[in-house]
Design a protein around this ligand. Structure first.
Ligand code: GCO
Ligand code: MN
Ligand code: MN
Length: 392
């Protein structure tokens, strides 16, 4: 035990599909046994997690009878209460069943779109029954390979119709539930619609009930697109739209690796935790910290729990590093906010004609300003030294 061991107060959660991943991939069979969801709850609690998330089918196999569903849900609820675990988030599997081979909400076939709504409403009922406050939408198959199959504008319209309908369903049912949309650029489709968190943020602004809908950015997905994950998260936080987050590890240019959090690009991981925890001064993110990742296929059951503990410990270690970095006097000196008594009033508070006139008249010594070194080499080295543990 040390101070980096997770506790429920840390708000860490894992999907049933993450630690329950049996290690199947497109080229190989499963390498681990399928675990009962109640065992996953017990093991996660033992590791110090606070919550467990699920797709409808992770808990209730597709095609189960109503009686089977009720028995499975009752056993699961008992496991949750026995181990003091909660379900912060739920979601629908709209990608595994063959009927969704060409998407769900964006399918050209009204029968598929209707079935997707039916499955999602039932899954929302299940999530709410288990106490979920956030409902994630990841459009796994909402995309194309033969892109001429549908006008991508129609895909956007159908996605909007589905979200508007489902927001209406949640309101009509009196549920206390918010939606979080998760972007991914590709995989399993050649291209997935609404490919990045930025696309999602704009799409949300077009919805009837936009206040109910935020984002669930994932490290791997933004990184697959070659983009800065911290920037996507910052834009979401600044817009009040970071409702949930999927933490994991990923290298640019690879398939969706969903690796242990912090196992790749530790510097980006540190910058992300710094942002989420607000150690540089911004308001922190206070929602669930969900690890959407799985253990290497080389692992047995013990390795799965090493993986889970690793995700959580790395987050806590990075939080301590971020606090130390932002408390470091040399760092603070380099990034101290520059003030200018004459110019600051002109730059804040919006447009005014007198400010415009003053700015048009102001004189600037462009050469002198451009000649100032900003000391970012030193800043980045300090960050690297904090990360490597030679400075604290
Ligand atoms: C992925 C996705 C999924 C979703 C999950 C919840 O790795 O491709 O992130 O894991 O997050 O299905 O909708
Ligand atoms: Mn995810
Ligand atoms: Mn992923």
């Amino acid at each position: 035990m040390d101070s980096f061991d997770p506790t429920p107060a840390d708000r860490f959660s894992f999907g049933l599909w993450t630690v329950g991943n049996p290690g199947r991939d497109p080229f190989g069979l499963p390498v681990r046994a399928v675990q009962d969801p109640t065992r996953i709850v017990a093991k996660l609690a033992e590791c110090g997690a606070h919550g467990v998330n699920l797709h409808d089918e992770d808990l209730v196999p597709f095609g189960s009878s109503a009686a089977e569903r009720d028995r499975i849900v009752a056993d699961f609820k008992k496991a949750l209460s026995d181990h003091g675990m909660v379900v912060p988030m739920a979601t629908t599997n709209l990608f595994t069943q063959p009927i969704f081979k060409d998407g769900a909400f964006t399918s050209n076939d009204p029968r598929v779109r209707a079935f997707a709504l039916q499955k999602t409403m039932r899954s929302i009922d299940l999530g709410v029954e288990l106490g979920a406050k956030v409902y994630v939408f990841w459009g796994g198959r909402e995309g194309s390979e033969a892109d001429a199959c549908r006008n991508p504008m129609d895909a956007g319209k159908r996605m909007r119709e589905a979200m508007d309908f489902l927001c209406g369903y949640v309101k009509d049912s009196g549920y206390d539930l918010r939606f979080a949309l998760e972007a991914k650029p590709n995989e399993p489709r050649g291209d997935i619609y609404l490919a990045t968190t930025g696309h999602m943020l704009h799409f949300i602004s077009t919805l009837e009930n936009e206040e109910m809908v935020g984002v669930n950015p994932e490290v791997a997905h933004e990184t697959m697109a070659g983009l800065s994950f911290a920037h996507a998260v910052a834009q979401s936080m600044e817009a009040g739209k970071l409702f949930h987050i999927d933490l994991n590890g990923q290298r640019i240019g690879r398939y969706d690796q969903d690796l242990r959090f912090g196992s790749e690009d530790l510097k980006q991981a540190l910058l992300l935790v710094r942002l989420l925890e607000g150690t540089a001064g911004n308001a922190p993110y206070t929602g669930p910290l969900h690890f959407d990742a799985h253990a290497y296929r080389t692992e047995d059951d013990a390795g799965v729990w090493d993986f889970a503990r690793g995700c959580m410990r790395t987050y806590k270690i990075l939080k301590a590093k971020a606090e130390a970095f932002d408390a470091d006097p040399e760092v603070r000196d380099i990034i101290a906010t520059r003030t200018d008594a004459g110019l600051d009033p002109l730059l804040s508070g919006g447009y005014a004609s007198d400010k415009a006139a003053a700015l048009k008249e102001a004189s600037f010594d462009c050469d002198a300003i451009a000649a100032e070194g900003l000391r970012y080499e030193r800043l980045d080295q300090l960050l690297v030294e904090h990360l490597m543990g030679v400075r604290s």
